[in-house]
Write a protein that binds this ligand. Structure first.
Ligand code: IFM
Length: 447
């Protein structure tokens, strides 16, 4: 194979999220978030763990930025904790919260690392949840107020903004299935939440445009390429439904001003459809500068009469799986990039890609060969996608460091930096050295 070199200004980065790494859950005036509340609820999280301390990044961000610098990252994607800024969700600002992010951003800039901010990575202020959370349309308005403050403070020095991370996970796992905060189980509610999240996204983009900032703004969605289990018409239709629900539910509204019809019909059948002013479309579809994609695995589906809603069943694959029990399927990344770019014609960042494995430290070293293999194969597909015409601007490994993996607590390690949670000692894993070389040489490293 040839040299597989990337475009000169390709943005190599790594990503994290506030609740997963910061800790300091109630320090310096921070308000309670729905994840604080949820993780403090007995039985909600693996071994009742929580993000109270997590990677203690709030106190160790300088050391962490030194490590980013050692890896040679060009960009760092992190999220801002909304209740650190507005402890009650709106109204009174917490200056110490703002100061933390100011120091973080300044230090990144000093090290020549581009800050990429995600405004919302699931840690809604609890006070807003008490008023209905994402089921309450007003939350979208409060989100825009919060976003506006951050634009005002950092809009001139932060070049890339992401409104929401994976709104589907927030809506369906949080409000539909109850696996994530706030732990609600109501599918109709989940669809309402999804609409309010889209509105929140649109209002934030509107505020950014009105402020005349010079950077770029977009949204991040999680996608899993869907393949039918066979060539039968029924399986092909089943795959289309899964794709509409899992991949297009948030994209069609933003780019086409509509919800996928196959899913809307299912909503109607189950009386889950909801009303909204049609003027919302004008806000939701305000043009964005890029689309962020989080890719980990694919889904294979077959038609299933027994399934009450989508009429699908997932078909397991025999390929290798990660510790999350997610199939390793790099071709899916290539396929979805081609598909999404063809359909929506928008510059793309891979805002997350990575794998959880059972890493261990031996003689002070973490030999995470499987992660290296995972990254190498996926980065190759990123290269192929660019070669085949996709306007792909950058790639962010999930994650910079091991962290709190939501319902799984600390049991799943995604980092290229190992974190010993007892001592908070960090170790660059072999994958971090691999990634360093990729960045240095700006190409896929074969061995
Ligand atoms: O850890 C999460 C992250 O918060 C959102 N995307 C998927 C990751 C792995 O599950």
């Amino acid at each position: 194979m040839g040299k597989l070199s990337f475009p000169k200004d390709f943005l190599w980065g790594a990503a994290t999220a506030a609740y997963q790494i910061e800790g300091a859950w109630n320090e310096d005036g921070k308000g309670e978030s729905i994840w604080d509340r949820f993780a403090h609820t007995p039985g909600a999280i693996f071994q009742n763990q929580n993000g109270d301390i997590a990677c203690d990044h709030y106190h160790r961000y300088e050391e962490d930025i030194e490590m980013m610098s050692e890896i040679g990252l060009k960009a760092y994607r992190f999220s801002v904790s909304w209740p650190r800024i507005f402890p009650e969700g709106r109204g009174k600002i917490n200056p110490k919260g703002l100061s933390f992010y100011e120091r973080l951003i300044e230090k990144l800039l000093e090290k020549n690392i581009k800050p990429v901010i995600t405004l919302y990575h699931w840690d809604l202020p609890q006070e807003l949840e008490d008023k209905g959370g994402w089921l309450n349309r007003d939350t979208a308005k409060y989100f825009a107020e919060y976003a506006n403050l951050l634009f005002y403070k950092f809009g001139d020095i932060v070049p890339i903004w992401i409104t929401l991370n994976e709104p589907g996970v927030c809506a369906f796992l949080g409000y539909g299935w109850g696996w994530h905060a706030p732990g609600k189980k109501d599918m109709k509610g989940a669809f309402i939440a999804s609409h309010n999240l889209l509105l929140a996204h649109g209002l934030a983009v509107q505020a950014y445009r009105e402020g005349g900032y010079k950077g770029n703004i977009g949204i991040t969605v999680n996608v899993a390429t869907v393949y039918p289990a066979s060539n039968s018409e029924e399986d092909i239709r089943a795959a289309e439904r899964q794709d509409a629900y899992g991949n297009r539910w948030f994209l069609d509204p933003i780019f086409k001003k509509e919800y996928p019809k196959v899913i809307w019909e299912i909503l109607e059948k189950n009386h889950w459809n909801f009303n909204y002013p049609t003027s919302d479309w004008n806000v939701i579809s305000i043009p964005i500068d890029f689309l962020g994609i989080n890719y980990y695995t694919r889904t294979i589906v077959a038609y299933d009469e027994q399934d009450p809603y989508l009429k699908i069943k997932r078909i397991p694959s025999l390929n290798e799986h990660t510790e999350m029990n997610w199939e390793v399927y790099p071709d899916g990344l290539y396929d979805i990039l081609i598909k999404i770019y063809k359909e929506y014609q928008i510059p793309i960042y891979i805002t997350e890609n990575g794998a959880a494995y059972n890493d261990t430290v031996e003689d002070g070293r973490v030999r995470d060969e499987k992660r290296i293999e995972y990254l190498r194969e996926h980065i190759k597909r990123v290269y192929f996608a660019i070669r085949d015409g996709v306007d792909l601007k950058g790639y962010f490994v999930w994650s910079l460091m091991d962290n709190f993996e939501w319902g799984h607590g600390f049991s799943k390690r995604f980092g290229i930096i190992y974190v010993d949670y007892e001592t908070q000692k960090r170790i660059l894993k072999d994958s971090a050295y691999f990634y360093k070389k990729v960045i240095e040489e700006n190409r896929v490293i074969e061995d």
